[in-house]
Design a protein around this ligand. Sequence first.
Ligand code: GLN
Length: 398
Amino acid sequence: MNKQETPTFPSRLPKVGTTVFTVMSALANEHHAINLGQGFPDFPCDRQLITHVNEAMLADHNQYPPMIGVADLRNGIAEKIQNLYGHHYDAESEITITAGGTQGIMTAVLSCVSPGDEVIIIEPAYDSYRPSIELAGGKTIAVSLEVIRDETGRVTSYQIPWDALAKAIHSKTRLIIINTPHNPTGMVWGTADLDKLANLVRNTSALILSDEVYEHMVYDGAQHHSVASHPELAARSFLISSFGKTYHVTGWKVGYVAAPPLLTKEFRKVHQFNVFTVNTPMQYGLAAYLADAKHYLNLPAFYQAKRDFFRAGLSKTDFKLLPTPGTYFQCVDYTALNIPEAKLNEADFCKWLTSKIGVAAIPVSAFYDQATESGVIRFCFAKQEQTLTNALQRLQNL
Ligand code: GLN
């Protein structure tokens, strides 16, 4: 019998497997573990937001929206950015609605990176950056956050590697990808950092992609410092954000990209053949909900309470807590735990924690291309207090 064969071909992404978030969520489900791995809330979104979407559907907003996104939503975003960061983006020529932050990132990279161009990322880095660069034919130049350790060698914090960054930038640098608040470390950029970056890229042709999907999760009274708040950077930046994180609807996959007209023009050329448009009723619903600023202004207090609750519980364990000035992630050093598993590498420790202790976490090593072990794992605290309590009970028994 003639066996039907699928022709083989060279993979476009030979090193890529399934993302660590999907893998760890599957492992958590398999072992009925409490999933503090993949970043998503386990509580419902506001019913009012659902009502707005229902109303949009019932009002027959169910056909293709404009390619660039529903005008009300783009106008609302422009107003929000103006109010928070003092920069005016024109909703017609500078704001595009995307199917989530990840699509915005991929599309931005594809729209400006040509084969041979260099793109700088700062590791640990969100896992979609590298594949986006590779698909564009670009070359990834990774610099690592400086890992600050205490006298016992334990990680206490991270710092932006300014010297390495300065050395990495040259005439082939097309794009620099930054992320603040930062996944997975929770670190946030200050105004002095934005100034330093502006100094480095002045008189170069490097563009910036700023992933700010956790913009509304900055704690202890601090402010988020967006590239939009820095006119010199804004002039060369794609600013990426997402509604999934802010409104507890990660499954809706709606985000946006704000960028000057030249960048937006190229972005939309790719966007229209990538997703063409983003689902209509969600955009109307989000536009209505966005009109009330308290829905995002309340977020820091909401998540700070969860962060503080989770940290207070973890402080009763031998995990060493890293600072969490932003995001909904808490990183911990596990190497001081008085158990044999404390010697495992991060990936194996997370598998053990998930399958044997019943709490899923993400190894920070997954955010590096080359194996980099620092004994640090990431928990997501975007969970109901009861979920955090249950997880803490298990972790406190270690
Ligand atoms: N951004 C989320 C995280 O870091 C996961 C998104 C995804 O699963 N791709 O956990």
